[in-house]
Design a protein around this ligand. Structure first.
Ligand code: SF4
Ligand code: SF4
Length: 470
């Protein structure tokens, strides 16, 4: 049976969204892949916790200020109009993930997915309070006692604290650390956070979601809900790295009991260690399954056993279907990878160009819709506009609006300078006057220029001057 044919073997009806009904208690294992995994997971976790505290130019460095529709990423300020950048970043991230999946399988699921990281963390809390796998399994089956209630309460309390920290960190990317952690009021004598309603609701939702996902749903999230886990097998090809059991080498499996002839058995000694360490509770020896998040814990566990019994490592290993089934060397470079690489190069090039070419100043011109034009007391034709200026830099600037020189046309401003704070917008009413003896009847294109006081930022926008409407 090929690795792909073996996929989806786990019957969906066996699983339930509440993982506590058949709680998986994985044995914690160490080894080459687990070391990489733990370092990766905790580095990502640390980055998630630390990033909102970084400051840049006196402001939170990464801040998605949704209420004011300003999004700050270090020196860059994006507004809602710049949404295409967010869309481009999301597309780049998605294609990077697709490319990595074609090459290395579900490496995201096993090493970097938040569901995996938080589940690992919550399981570690259980291990710390109750003990390793056997103790936890015994604990689950044991009758209710004061000690059981106490240990459960400690586990749930730590999970709750971790969920609140997670929620607060999530929300601080949007609400900002300043308003989240420094807004207090006193209710009676008790200090209480002084947050707007949406912050309270977000805190509640994220705390609940984290607690439910990592404490209860765990692997069921990957097996039943996550769409990425489901459609990944479609992206696999014969050269995709997958965690596989070497069926030919391992079978017939069997314990080395007295009286058995090891010559008649394969290398699998049926110790079940690969099953015991599996965070999703599956047996990799049944073939590739949709529940396998490719964490490689079974590889490390089996290698340890192989070392102990004196057999070569790699009975369970990262391999490809081409290597394992067809006994041919895998192809690293293949058309699909090149296609993803080319697409990513184009997308990244486009985003880098757009970012470097971007002027952090925006101008928008709206005509006065009530009246196309009018005649003033000096007999000049007047057109009125609203010029919206947005300072997308992270410093205050003074901007000057000018009209590109054109015979017979002049500009009148209410203010000569428009001072704008960082991220501020302002609607400036302006009028353009046309000399009826000089300008042509009909519509004439006009260009407004906006320049910062230091001349560093300059943008232009066209509109029309019309003689119609008299
Ligand atoms: S850990 Fe290795 S030897 Fe033990 S049951 Fe699993 S495959 Fe067999
Ligand atoms: S089968 Fe192995 S690689 Fe897959 S989830 Fe279980 S331990 Fe991880």
């Amino acid at each position: 049976m090929s690795a792909q044919q073996q996929s989806n073997k786990i019957p969906v009806q066996q699983v339930d969204l509440d993982a506590t009904k058949h709680r998986v208690h994985p044995r914690f294992v160490t080894g080459f892949y687990q070391n990489i995994r733990v370092i990766t997971m905790y580095a990502l976790l640390a980055a998630f916790l630390i990033l909102p505290w970084l400051r840049y130019n006196g402001r939170q460095a990464i801040w998605f200020d949704v209420p004011s529709q300003h999004y700050y990423i270090f020196g860059l300020t994006f507004l809602t109009q710049d949404f295409y950048f967010i869309a481009a970043f999301a597309i780049i991230a998605a294609f990077t993930l697709f490319m990595v999946t074609v090459y290395a399988g579900r490496v995201w699921c096993g090493y970097a997915c938040p569901q995996t990281i938080w589940t690992h963390l919550y399981q570690y809390v259980e291990k710390w309070v109750i003990g390793d796998r056997n103790k936890r399994m015994k604990f689950d089956k044991s009758p209710m006692s004061a000690s059981k209630v106490f240990k459960r309460t400690v586990v749930y309390a730590i999970w709750f604290v971790l969920s609140v920290i997670t929620a607060a960190t999530f929300v601080s990317y949007v609400a900002g650390t300043d308003s989240l952690y420094h807004s207090w009021q006193t209710v009676g004598l008790i200090p209480f956070p002084d947050w707007p309603t949406w912050v309270w609701i977000s805190m509640f939702i994220f705390t609940f979601a984290t607690y439910a996902n990592a404490g209860y749903m765990r692997e069921q999230m990957c097996v039943q809900i996550c769409p990425y886990g489901r459609f990944q097998s479609v992206m696999f090809d014969k050269d995709t790295l997958i965690v596989s059991y070497d069926y030919e080498r391992g079978e017939p499996r069997g314990a080395r009991k007295k009286g058995t002839n090891p010559e008649e058995l394969g290398d699998c000694i049926e110790c079940t260690m690969c099953v015991q360490v599996c965070p999703t509770g599956i047996d990799i020896r049944d073939g590739l399954q949709v529940a396998c998040i490719q964490c490689a814990a079974c590889i490390d566990a089996c290698n340890e056993i192989m070392d102990k019994v004196g057999y070569p490592r790699g009975l369970i290993r990262y391999t490809t279907e081409r290597q394992l089934v067809e006994k041919e060397p895998s192809r690293v470079f293949r058309p699909r990878l090149f296609a993803y690489l080319a697409l990513l190069a184009v997308l990244c090039g486009g985003v880098i160009y757009a970012l470097t070419d971007r002027v952090p100043l925006e101008i928008d011109i709206r005509r006065d819709r009530n009246q196309l034009s009018s005649i003033n007391t000096q007999g000049m034709i007047e057109n009125s506009y609203i010029v919206k200026l947005t300072n997308k830099t992270q410093e205050p600037h003074n901007y000057k609006i000018t009209l590109a020189p054109q015979e017979g046309l002049s500009l009148e401003l209410r203010f000569n300078d428009v001072p704008l704070e960082a991220g501020e917008s302002f609607d400036m009413p302006v009028s353009i006057y046309g000399d009826p003896d000089v300008i042509e009847f009909g519509q004439t294109p006009v260009t407004l220029n906006v320049t910062s006081e230091d001349g560093k930022y300059k943008v232009s926008k066209q509109n029309v001057f019309t003689t119609q409407g008299q």
